[in-house]
Design a protein around this ligand. Sequence first.
Ligand SMILES: *[C@@H]1O[C@H](CO)[C@@H](O)[C@H](O)[C@H]1NC(C)=O
Ligand SMILES: *[C@@H]1O[C@H](CO)[C@@H](O)[C@H](O)[C@H]1NC(C)=O
Length: 296
Amino acid sequence: MFPLTHVTRFVLFQFKIGLCQLSVTPDKDRNIAHARSAIQDAASKGAQLVLLPEIWNSPYSNDSFPVYAEDIDAGADASPSTAMLSELSRFLKITIVGGSIPELSGGRLYNTCCVFGTDGKLLAKHRKIHLFDIDIPGKITFIESKTLTAGETPTIVDTEVGRIGIGICYDIRFPELAMIYAARGAHLLCYPGAFNMTTGPLHWELLQRARATDNQLYVATCSPARDTGSGYVAWGHSTLVGPFGEVLATTEHDEAIIIAEIDYSILEQRRTNLPVTKQRRGDLYQVVDFQRLNSQ
Ligand SMILES: *[C@@H]1O[C@H](CO)[C@@H](O)[C@H](O)[C@H]1NC(C)=O
Ligand SMILES: *[C@@H]1O[C@H](CO)[C@@H](O)[C@H](O)[C@H]1NC(C)=O
């Protein structure tokens, strides 16, 4: 286990996180303005880190992605959604894990999360690694990989509010990803996600608590609010889970801004009391972090 001193000395150990469970409409300008006011609201309530939902500027549907997609690397004019996040993070001096938006890059579409530091700089960009393909005849068909391209790299980022590992929605189902983030010293995992009405009640909280318990760190999730009239109905229930697997704050399916306290000093305490990392049997099993291995 990496000691907490591993990260920059500017890290805040105790701070408030704001989870903005936003309603999303087909009106992109409205979605951006709406996210802006929610972030301002969260910051005014003391949040120093704000997390947004998966696909907050566009309906969650394969035919919307190309229409709402933005070329994030092409600058503010080409990406009004991330320009707003950058401007606000600088103005409010907060860190923003900007949920996700459809990204257009080199003729391909990705489901992408941007992380902005307190100076408004883009610190990291995570492209959803595991795409959600589901085809149950007569029930549901959602083949993300028909429209989207999968990201190729795990994303872990140092911010003023700790070392954060990023995953998007379906990425939360893969414990290996969370494990390599933990091995690289993550304090917190952020998963913007939109689970559906079947998998939501069954797995959403379970997966968050599992990732937090296995790795003894904080897990924060943020879903869009539920809209029963939309093509894809999201479960909602954005949540913060602590390093003992405990639900620290959550909500139902309506729009909400959750403000909750994070205290990284608890990580050391949990890891001392329950030293699973030291007791792992590396002689019997191992998870390989290929990105780190290849960069050595
Ligand atoms: C998009 O989804 C609709 C149904 O929701 C389906 O008919 C269509 O084939 C899909 N298009 C692509 C490119 O996957
Ligand atoms: C939600 O997705 C799961 C697959 O992950 C599928 O089995 C289920 O039918 C879907 N439920 C709804 C309500 O769309």
